[in-house]
Design a protein around this ligand. Structure first.
Ligand SMILES: [Cu+2]
Length: 248
Protein backbone atom coordinates (compact mmCIF):
# COMPACT_ATOMS: atom_id res chain seq x y z
CA UNK A 1 0.00 0.00 0.00
CA UNK A 2 1.31 3.44 -0.87
CA UNK A 3 2.00 5.59 2.18
CA UNK A 4 -0.01 8.67 2.99
CA UNK A 5 -2.92 7.52 0.92
CA UNK A 6 -6.50 6.99 1.76
CA UNK A 7 -7.85 4.65 -0.91
CA UNK A 8 -6.31 6.12 -4.05
CA UNK A 9 -6.16 9.70 -2.83
CA UNK A 10 -3.15 11.33 -1.20
CA UNK A 11 -3.79 12.31 2.38
CA UNK A 12 -1.02 14.24 4.12
CA UNK A 13 -2.81 13.88 7.41
CA UNK A 14 -1.69 10.25 7.44
CA UNK A 15 1.96 11.27 7.86
CA UNK A 16 3.42 10.57 11.25
CA UNK A 17 5.29 13.88 11.18
CA UNK A 18 3.71 17.05 9.96
CA UNK A 19 5.24 20.47 9.53
CA UNK A 20 3.62 23.79 8.98
CA UNK A 21 4.77 27.36 9.35
CA UNK A 22 3.91 29.07 12.62
CA UNK A 23 5.13 32.32 11.15
CA UNK A 24 5.36 33.30 7.53
CA UNK A 25 9.14 33.12 7.50
CA UNK A 26 10.15 30.79 4.72
CA UNK A 27 9.57 27.43 3.13
CA UNK A 28 8.06 24.57 5.10
CA UNK A 29 10.61 21.91 6.01
CA UNK A 30 9.86 18.30 5.36
CA UNK A 31 12.57 17.27 7.82
CA UNK A 32 10.63 17.29 11.04
CA UNK A 33 12.34 15.65 13.97
CA UNK A 34 10.37 12.68 15.11
CA UNK A 35 9.97 12.74 18.86
CA UNK A 36 10.15 9.23 20.21
CA UNK A 37 7.35 8.36 22.58
CA UNK A 38 8.69 8.07 26.10
CA UNK A 39 7.48 6.15 29.06
CA UNK A 40 7.62 9.32 31.12
CA UNK A 41 3.89 9.59 31.49
CA UNK A 42 1.24 8.08 33.69
CA UNK A 43 -2.32 6.93 33.35
CA UNK A 44 -4.56 9.47 35.00
CA UNK A 45 -7.22 6.84 35.67
CA UNK A 46 -4.91 4.96 38.02
CA UNK A 47 -2.64 7.80 39.18
CA UNK A 48 -2.23 8.30 42.91
CA UNK A 49 -1.08 11.46 44.60
CA UNK A 50 1.05 11.90 47.67
CA UNK A 51 -0.85 11.40 50.91
CA UNK A 52 -2.74 14.62 51.33
CA UNK A 53 -2.57 16.81 54.39
CA UNK A 54 -6.11 17.81 53.58
CA UNK A 55 -8.84 15.48 54.71
CA UNK A 56 -11.45 15.15 52.01
CA UNK A 57 -15.04 14.83 53.18
CA UNK A 58 -16.92 11.70 52.02
CA UNK A 59 -19.27 13.87 49.98
CA UNK A 60 -19.29 17.45 48.82
CA UNK A 61 -22.38 19.52 49.64
CA UNK A 62 -22.53 20.95 46.12
CA UNK A 63 -22.12 19.22 42.76
CA UNK A 64 -21.89 20.98 39.41
CA UNK A 65 -22.86 18.69 36.54
CA UNK A 66 -21.46 19.62 33.14
CA UNK A 67 -21.54 18.29 29.61
CA UNK A 68 -18.91 19.48 27.13
CA UNK A 69 -19.48 19.01 23.43
CA UNK A 70 -18.43 20.41 20.08
CA UNK A 71 -21.18 20.72 17.53
CA UNK A 72 -21.43 21.92 13.97
CA UNK A 73 -24.86 23.43 13.63
CA UNK A 74 -26.38 25.07 10.58
CA UNK A 75 -27.52 27.94 12.82
CA UNK A 76 -23.81 28.78 13.26
CA UNK A 77 -22.94 28.21 9.59
CA UNK A 78 -21.55 24.78 10.44
CA UNK A 79 -18.61 26.30 12.29
CA UNK A 80 -17.48 24.00 15.09
CA UNK A 81 -18.87 25.46 18.29
CA UNK A 82 -18.01 24.45 21.82
CA UNK A 83 -20.79 23.99 24.33
CA UNK A 84 -20.84 23.75 28.10
CA UNK A 85 -24.27 22.36 28.84
CA UNK A 86 -26.39 24.52 26.54
CA UNK A 87 -24.17 27.57 26.65
CA UNK A 88 -21.53 28.71 24.19
CA UNK A 89 -19.23 31.08 25.97
CA UNK A 90 -18.06 34.37 24.56
CA UNK A 91 -17.07 37.53 26.39
CA UNK A 92 -19.87 39.55 27.90
CA UNK A 93 -21.16 41.66 25.03
CA UNK A 94 -23.40 44.44 26.21
CA UNK A 95 -22.41 46.14 28.37
CA UNK A 96 -18.77 45.13 27.81
CA UNK A 97 -17.81 45.12 31.45
CA UNK A 98 -16.42 42.51 33.84
CA UNK A 99 -19.16 40.19 35.09
CA UNK A 100 -18.25 40.98 38.67
CA UNK A 101 -19.12 44.60 38.05
CA UNK A 102 -22.60 43.78 36.75
CA UNK A 103 -25.72 42.36 38.36
CA UNK A 104 -26.55 38.89 37.05
CA UNK A 105 -29.65 40.28 35.39
CA UNK A 106 -27.34 42.17 32.99
CA UNK A 107 -25.26 39.15 31.99
CA UNK A 108 -25.82 38.00 28.45
CA UNK A 109 -26.90 34.52 27.36
CA UNK A 110 -23.31 33.33 26.82
CA UNK A 111 -22.50 33.30 30.52
CA UNK A 112 -22.88 30.02 32.39
CA UNK A 113 -21.77 30.75 35.94
CA UNK A 114 -22.97 28.44 38.73
CA UNK A 115 -22.93 30.04 42.16
CA UNK A 116 -21.02 28.51 45.07
CA UNK A 117 -22.05 30.15 48.34
CA UNK A 118 -19.44 30.29 51.07
CA UNK A 119 -19.69 31.05 54.77
CA UNK A 120 -16.74 32.44 56.70
CA UNK A 121 -15.11 29.88 58.98
CA UNK A 122 -16.58 26.89 57.16
CA UNK A 123 -14.88 24.83 54.49
CA UNK A 124 -16.86 24.65 51.25
CA UNK A 125 -16.15 21.64 49.08
CA UNK A 126 -17.54 21.38 45.57
CA UNK A 127 -17.59 18.48 43.12
CA UNK A 128 -17.56 19.15 39.40
CA UNK A 129 -18.51 16.34 37.06
CA UNK A 130 -17.24 17.16 33.58
CA UNK A 131 -18.76 14.85 30.99
CA UNK A 132 -17.10 14.85 27.59
CA UNK A 133 -19.42 13.87 24.76
CA UNK A 134 -16.75 14.36 22.08
CA UNK A 135 -14.49 11.84 20.36
CA UNK A 136 -11.31 13.48 21.67
CA UNK A 137 -10.10 14.38 25.14
CA UNK A 138 -10.46 17.94 26.45
CA UNK A 139 -7.94 19.28 28.98
CA UNK A 140 -10.02 21.34 31.41
CA UNK A 141 -8.39 24.07 33.46
CA UNK A 142 -9.86 25.79 36.50
CA UNK A 143 -8.69 29.22 37.50
CA UNK A 144 -8.33 30.31 41.10
CA UNK A 145 -8.22 26.85 42.71
CA UNK A 146 -6.37 23.58 42.48
CA UNK A 147 -8.55 20.49 42.63
CA UNK A 148 -8.38 16.81 43.41
CA UNK A 149 -9.10 14.30 40.65
CA UNK A 150 -11.44 11.79 42.31
CA UNK A 151 -12.21 9.70 39.22
CA UNK A 152 -11.85 9.65 35.46
CA UNK A 153 -13.49 7.37 32.98
CA UNK A 154 -13.14 6.69 29.27
CA UNK A 155 -15.80 4.68 27.53
CA UNK A 156 -15.05 2.22 24.80
CA UNK A 157 -18.73 1.96 23.86
CA UNK A 158 -21.50 4.51 24.14
CA UNK A 159 -21.41 7.97 25.66
CA UNK A 160 -19.75 7.08 28.93
CA UNK A 161 -21.13 10.08 30.76
CA UNK A 162 -22.13 10.11 34.41
CA UNK A 163 -25.14 11.80 35.96
CA UNK A 164 -25.53 11.12 39.68
CA UNK A 165 -29.12 12.38 39.55
CA UNK A 166 -30.36 9.94 36.91
CA UNK A 167 -31.68 6.50 37.72
CA UNK A 168 -30.44 4.90 34.54
CA UNK A 169 -30.32 1.20 35.25
CA UNK A 170 -26.91 -0.32 35.02
CA UNK A 171 -25.08 2.96 35.29
CA UNK A 172 -22.01 2.10 37.29
CA UNK A 173 -21.29 4.41 40.19
CA UNK A 174 -17.75 5.67 39.93
CA UNK A 175 -15.35 4.82 42.68
CA UNK A 176 -14.03 8.03 44.15
CA UNK A 177 -10.45 8.17 45.33
CA UNK A 178 -10.68 10.17 48.56
CA UNK A 179 -7.47 8.82 50.06
CA UNK A 180 -4.68 9.95 47.77
CA UNK A 181 -6.08 11.67 44.67
CA UNK A 182 -3.75 13.71 42.47
CA UNK A 183 -3.97 17.46 42.90
CA UNK A 184 -3.93 19.47 39.70
CA UNK A 185 -5.21 22.61 38.05
CA UNK A 186 -5.82 20.97 34.67
CA UNK A 187 -7.31 17.57 33.98
CA UNK A 188 -7.63 15.70 30.73
CA UNK A 189 -11.26 14.63 30.46
CA UNK A 190 -11.20 11.44 28.40
CA UNK A 191 -13.23 11.27 25.24
CA UNK A 192 -16.70 9.79 25.72
CA UNK A 193 -16.10 9.84 29.43
CA UNK A 194 -15.83 12.10 32.42
CA UNK A 195 -13.68 13.47 35.19
CA UNK A 196 -14.94 14.06 38.71
CA UNK A 197 -12.95 16.75 40.47
CA UNK A 198 -13.30 18.30 43.93
CA UNK A 199 -12.05 21.65 45.09
CA UNK A 200 -12.20 23.68 48.26
CA UNK A 201 -13.89 26.94 47.37
CA UNK A 202 -11.71 29.30 49.37
CA UNK A 203 -10.91 31.93 46.79
CA UNK A 204 -13.71 34.43 46.31
CA UNK A 205 -14.37 35.60 42.79
CA UNK A 206 -15.65 34.58 39.38
CA UNK A 207 -13.27 32.01 37.96
CA UNK A 208 -13.04 30.54 34.52
CA UNK A 209 -13.32 26.82 33.82
CA UNK A 210 -12.39 26.04 30.24
CA UNK A 211 -10.87 23.61 27.81
CA UNK A 212 -7.23 24.58 27.47
CA UNK A 213 -7.08 23.82 23.76
CA UNK A 214 -7.36 27.49 23.03
CA UNK A 215 -9.35 27.21 19.85
CA UNK A 216 -11.84 25.03 21.72
CA UNK A 217 -12.07 27.70 24.39
CA UNK A 218 -12.46 30.40 21.73
CA UNK A 219 -15.23 28.38 20.10
CA UNK A 220 -17.19 28.47 23.35
CA UNK A 221 -16.00 25.60 25.55
CA UNK A 222 -15.67 27.77 28.62
CA UNK A 223 -17.71 28.98 31.55
CA UNK A 224 -17.37 30.63 34.94
CA UNK A 225 -17.81 29.60 38.54
CA UNK A 226 -18.75 32.22 41.11
CA UNK A 227 -17.27 31.52 44.52
CA UNK A 228 -18.67 33.53 47.40
CA UNK A 229 -20.25 36.94 47.30
CA UNK A 230 -23.94 37.20 46.65
CA UNK A 231 -25.67 35.44 43.81
CA UNK A 232 -28.21 38.18 43.26
CA UNK A 233 -26.85 41.63 43.75
CA UNK A 234 -27.98 44.87 42.29
CA UNK A 235 -25.14 46.90 43.76
CA UNK A 236 -22.42 46.89 41.12
CA UNK A 237 -18.82 46.40 42.10
CA UNK A 238 -17.42 49.73 40.98
CA UNK A 239 -13.90 48.76 42.06
CA UNK A 240 -13.95 45.91 39.52
CA UNK A 241 -15.37 48.21 36.90
CA UNK A 242 -12.56 50.69 37.40
CA UNK A 243 -10.05 47.95 36.56
CA UNK A 244 -11.19 48.29 32.98
CA UNK A 245 -10.67 52.00 32.69
CA UNK A 246 -10.87 52.05 28.93
CA UNK A 247 -14.34 50.55 29.11
CA UNK A 248 -15.79 53.04 31.57
CU1 LIG B 1 -10.99 20.88 24.05
Amino acid sequence: MLPFRNFKYPNQALRQNQTFPLFDSGPVSDKAIFIEPTSNHFDLATARGAPSAEKLPPTAPQTILLYAKTQKLSISSNHPTGFMNRTTWSPQSSPELPLISLPRSDWDKNQLVPYVPTTPGNETWVDIIINNLDDGAHPFHLHGHSFYVLATHRSEHGWGSYNPYSNTAGQPRPELNLENPVKKDTVSVPRRGYAIIRFKADNVGIWMLHCHVLFHQASGMAMGIQVGGEEVHEEVNTAARSLCRNRT
